[in-house]
Every structure is written in C-alpha cells, then in structure tokens.
Ligand binder design. Structure first.
Ligand code: ADP
Length: 614
C-alpha cells in the first residue's frame, strides 16, 4: 500500500518515481537492467580512454614501429576498442529487448493497479467524486501525450546511462584544469532546467485543463459514438455539440500555447551559455596543447570528455517520454492512496447468514451525498418486514434510489441506522450482506456480453447452470426472448459483435429482472426492483409483478415504481417525500386516508377513467 509520504516531494520526480515502481514489476529483470545501464554508462568513457591512447601512440609508432612500447600500447588500445565495440553490439539488443519487456509489463502492472483501485473499495462514493474521476483520467493517461509510454524503461535507461557517462566525463576533464568542467556543468544545467521546466509545465498545464479537455472529449465522443446518434440528429444538436467541442478544446489548450510562447527567450539564453562555455574550455585546451603543457593523448581524451559532458544535459526524446509517462504513474499512486484512505468508510466483518428473518429497519436515517449541500434523507423511519413486499412511491428526486443504494450498502447513512433483525448493517461485511440481495437498478448495466453472463452475473456460482438460468428467464417471461436468440445463451447482447443481438428497452429490462431473480434462486433473501419495468406496458408490468411476487413469496421484496397498478399489488406501500416516509399502509388504507398517495393516484388514474368513461 502507498503511504502519503510516498507520493510527495522529490520522490514525485520522474526518475525516483520510476525507480520506485520498476522493482515491483520484477526484481530479477530490473537488476539485470540496472547492470546494463551502468555498464553502458561506462562504455563511452572506455571508448574515450582507448581512443586517446590510440591517438597518443600514433607519433611514436610512426617512428619506432609496432614492436616498441608505444606500439604495444597502440595494439592494446586497438584490441580494447574492438572488444568494447563487440560488447556494445551484443548488449544493445539484449538491453533493448529487456527494456521493451519491462516497459510493457510496467504498463500492465499500472493498469491493473488502477483497475484494482477502482473496484476494490466496497462503496461507490470514490467513483462519484469529481476529484477522483479527474485523478482517474490522469492516471489512465487519457490524451495522447500523457499516456504511460511502453518506451519509458528505455527512456530511463538512456537517461541513467547518460548521467553516469556525463559524471565520469566531468571527472576526467577536471584532470586537465579543476575549473574546466564548471562552465560546461552550468551551461548544461541551464539548458536542462529550461527544457525540463517546459516539459513539466506542459504536463501540469494539461492536467490543470483536464476539466475542459475532458468536456471536449465528452463532446467528441457524443458526436462520434452511436449512443447519442439518434438524439443528435432528431434534435439537430450536431452544430451545438461541435461548437462546444471546439470551445472547450481551445480553452484547454490555450494555456499550454501561452506557456510555450513565454519560454522562447529561455531557449535563447540556454543556447548562448552552451556556446560560451564550450568556447572557453576548447580555447583553454587549445592554448595548453599549443604550449605543449598537454600531450596529444591527453588532449584527445580531454577534448572528448568535454564533448561528453553533454550527457548531463537535456536528452530530448527520452526525457519527454519519461516526464509524460511519470505523470500517469504518479496519479495512479495518488489514486491508490486517495481510495485506500477512503476504504475504511464501509467497515464490518459479520456474516449476514440468512438474514433478515424479522425485517429491515431504517431508524432516523439522514443521508447527504459526499460534497452535496442538501440532505436527501432527513430522518427517515421505515420497517420492512421479512418475507413481505413493500412498494415505495414518491416524486422524482424524492430519494427512492438513494434508499436502495443505502440498502445495498453502497453508502452508509450520514447518521441514524439501518438494522437487519436488530443488528446494525455496518456490522456486516459488505460482501456478505450483498450476497443476500438481488437488485435491478434503474440504470442497470447492459453488459456487452452473452446472454449467459447478463443473467448469470446475478449469481456467479450459477453462471454455468443452464437449468437455473432458464428457470430465472422463464420466471420473468424472458425465456421466449433467449430461446429465439441465434446462439441461445451464448449470443452476445450487442450488435457490436458478430451474431450479436440488439435488444429493445423492455427486453433488456427482462434480462435484468432475470439476473435479479437468479440471485433470489441462488439464495438472496431480499429482492430490490427499482423501476424495473418502466419500458413495459402497464398490463405486462402488472402481470410480471404478480408473477414475481408469486415466485418470491418468502423473499423480502422492495419495489419502486411509478405505476399504481403495480404498486397496489405490494403488501404495503410507503410514500417518500421531503426525505421521510410520510404515509404507509395498504393501497386501500392509503386511498381512504386521502393524503399524498391518494392525490398521486388520482392524478394517474384520471385519464384512464376519462377514457373508460368515454
Ligand atoms: P428518486 O429515485 O426518488 O428519483 P434519487 O434517490 O435518485 O431520487 O435522488 C435523490 C436526490 O439525490 C436528487 O436530488 C438527486 O439529484 C440527488 N443525487 C442522486 N445521486 C447523487 C449523487 N451521486 N451525488 C449527489 N447527489 C445525488
């Protein structure tokens, strides 16, 4: 697990960051990689010394021949150069293969960590938090330049080898004059800082403008994707969507462009200082050579060392890859930290066993969404007896779905309690309690997967049990649909796949209902249906409910619907308004009471009565 110290300060710099995450990809391979990086950092320096020796020996060899000591030196240098060259040729491809492998594995490891961070917490508050969704976007490296480039390990290797090479070149040059490396170090540092700042600012700017760029991407996807294609055409939204895409994208990018303009004069000073420092060092070398203070061999070595100090400077492509790739890694670590910190939101270890046997009680429950200003539930009291059905009605936005989310323990109440047979729900392990539930959410998922998974996800253990799947499908009139699919249970429910089926809204609802019914078959004791049949006609919905209630006689069923023809079939009805249950009773009791339920019922029933009455 990542601690807060892990993601702050100098450790956030690309190189330390990568050195921190790379061993997690594999210690063995990372060690070999490190060895090769060091070796290849030393290699150019060995070339310099060997070349210097070779060149330095030439005048003497010309006079005394290869049999002399200088001749032996010359030959030894020649053999060394050949050996170094061979080593370079052999190890280069090995290192490249290793870098590719480590780069790809790092990518996979980071993606897995991001997915784990998203799915691990038992609640969903983290996914509905805009800050976290920004962080997700950054961690996923959305946008071409900030993605985690598989070449990142190559880039790291290049940079580290270069720094080793540069540091040794500095030491060699200091052998000529102690001050000689200084102007070069300063010039390369200025150059480095300028480039690095430019790259870092670019990354930061992109991140700051994420909100604009994210909206821009949303509009782009709206325009390109099939999801909104119908509405965009019918409502004539295309020009508006394209206009918004343009303006959001421009807003996101304008700051980045402004930054680029500002850094031009920096570039001029970096180049100026490089020219001046090389001028000074080579002038000094020239004078020393002319005076005979430094021999030919030393002069060759010093001159090459001076040129090699360039390895301390900004390296271009590898540096860019590293800083852009470090950004998603850093955000992935931050994300893990942020999400792990919130993990304790849903504690509890107790097993839910076969509860509820008595019932579920909401006791003075208050609930406010994280970062929201208003409470959705404001002192809600409700008892749902086990083995009975309860319908919840209320206007849009009254909080019915929120109540379902609390019941599924996707959130905990802000205050008050929900108890199952008198035991606070917070004491149960979220997974254990959820295994007691079969739920159809209003916005249930239409998985682009075969019908088998779409129903089987209700109870994974029954995924391979075709008999159970068929029984669940039959119980919600979905069997007719499944049996007519081209490949039966194995038909993908998406046109995007070969032989895939395109279902209507009502057909999808039946699939989702079958999913929840499968959970009930698998032992779930509480069935929650949140507007599960809004796409079916009134009669079909009413029939389906009768059927479901009949089949799930022992199951505690909670039904949310706008249709009173369905609602009235429930044992009891609760009316939610102003964050509380304001009325409760059977259909007849509530009508007789003449309150909110009776008024809502009257509004819905009037047109029917008028039609019926001619
Ligand atoms: P209903 O199901 O009765 O139509 P909901 O439970 O969906 O009502 O919503 C109740 C209120 O909570 C609404 O005002 C809605 O805007 C708000 N709300 C729902 N989900 C969230 C959320 N994730 N974050 C903040 N507010 C939310």
């Amino acid at each position: 697990m990542v601690t807060s110290n892990d993601v702050r300060g100098w450790l956030d710099r690309p190189i330390p960051l990568l050195l921190r995450v790379l061993p997690r990809v594999g210690w063995g391979r990372t060690s070999v990689f490190a060895g090769l990086v060091i070796f290849q950092g030393l290699l150019p320096i060995a070339f310099i010394v060997a070349t210097g020796t070779l060149v330095g020996a030439v005048p003497e060899v010309a006079v005394n021949g290869f049999g002399s000591r200088a001749g032996h030196r010359f030959l030894a240098a020649l053999v060394t150069l050949a050996a170094l060259y061979t080593a370079q040729q052999v190890l280069g491809p090995v290192r490249q293969a290793l870098e590719n492998l480590l780069g790809s594995r790092l990518n996979i490891v980071m993606r897995e960590r991001i997915m784990t961070a998203a799915t691990e917490p038992p609640g969903i508050a983290h996914l509905e938090d805009p800050d976290v969704s920004d962080e997700f976007e950054l961690a996923r490296g959305v946008g071409q330049q900030r993605r985690l480039d598989p070449r990142v390990v190559w880039a790291l290797g290049q940079i580290l080898s270069s720094r080793i090479q540069g540091a040794i070149a500095v030491l060699i040059l200091a052998g000529f004059q102690w001050w000689a490396p200084l102007p070069l170090i300063i010039a390369h540092s200025v150059n480095y800082v300028w480039h690095d700042r430019q790259a870092a600012t670019l990354v930061r700017r992109r991140e700051l403008s994420t909100a604009s760029l994210r909206r821009a991407r949303y509009f782009r996807d709206l325009a390109l994707g099939p999801g909104a294609a119908k509405e965009i055409r019918v409502f004539g939204l295309a020009p508006w969507v394209l206009g918004r895409f343009g303006s959001e994208w421009l807003r996101g990018m304008s700051e980045i462009w402004a930054q680029r303009q500002r850094s031009r004069w920096w570039m001029a000073s970096a180049i100026g200082s490089l020219a001046a420092s090389y001028g000074i060092v080579f002038l000094a070398l020239g004078i020393a050579g002319a005076r005979g203070d430094v021999g030919l061999m030393a002069l060759t070595i010093f001159a090459q060392a001076a040129i090699n100090t360039e390895a301390l400077s900004y390296l271009g492509e590898p540096e860019r890859i590293l800083s852009f790739s470090a950004s998603p890694i850093l955000h992935a670590l931050r994300l893990e930290h942020r999400i792990h910190r919130g993990e304790a939101e849903l504690p509890g270890t107790r097993s839910a066993g076969a509860l509820p046997q008595e019932g579920i009680r909401f006791d003075n429950v208050h609930f406010r969404y994280p970062k929201a200003s208003q409470e959705v539930l404001d002192g809600l009291d409700l008892f749902i007896p086990a083995g009975h059905s309860l319908a919840i009605v209320g206007e849009n936005g009254a909080g019915k779905t929120t109540l379902v989310k609390l019941l599924c323990r996707l959130y905990d109440p802000t205050s008050g309690s929900i108890t199952i047979d008198g035991i606070d729900m917070r004491e149960f392990a979220p997974d254990s309690w959820r295994s007691r539930l079969g739920v159809v959410f209003q916005d249930f998922v239409r998985y682009e997967l075969p019908a088998r998974e779409n129903v089987g996800f209700g109870r994974l253990e029954l995924l391979g049990d075709e008999e159970a799947l068929t029984k669940a499908a039959r119980s919600v009139s979905a069997w007719d649909l499944v049996s007519h699919l081209l490949r039966g249970w194995d038909t993908p429910l998406s046109r995007a796949y070969r032989n895939g089926a395109d279902l209507s809204g009502g057909q999808w609802q039946k699939i989702a209902l079958a999913r929840a019914l499968l959970a009930a078959q698998g032992g779930a004791g509480v069935l929650v249906l949140d507007e599960p049949t809004a796409n079916l006609d009134v009669r079909a919905e009413a029939e389906l409910f009768d059927r479901i209630l009949e089949l799930t006689r022992d199951v505690t069923t909670i039904l949310i619907s706008h249709r009173f023809s369905s609602v009235r079939r429930a044992d009891r009805i609760a009316v939610l308004s102003g964050g509380r249950i304001v009325e409760e009773g059977t259909h007849d009791e509530l009508l007789a009471a003449g309150g909110l339920y009776a008024r809502m019922f009257g509004l819905q029933a009037t047109p029917f009565r008028e039609v019926e009455g001619g």
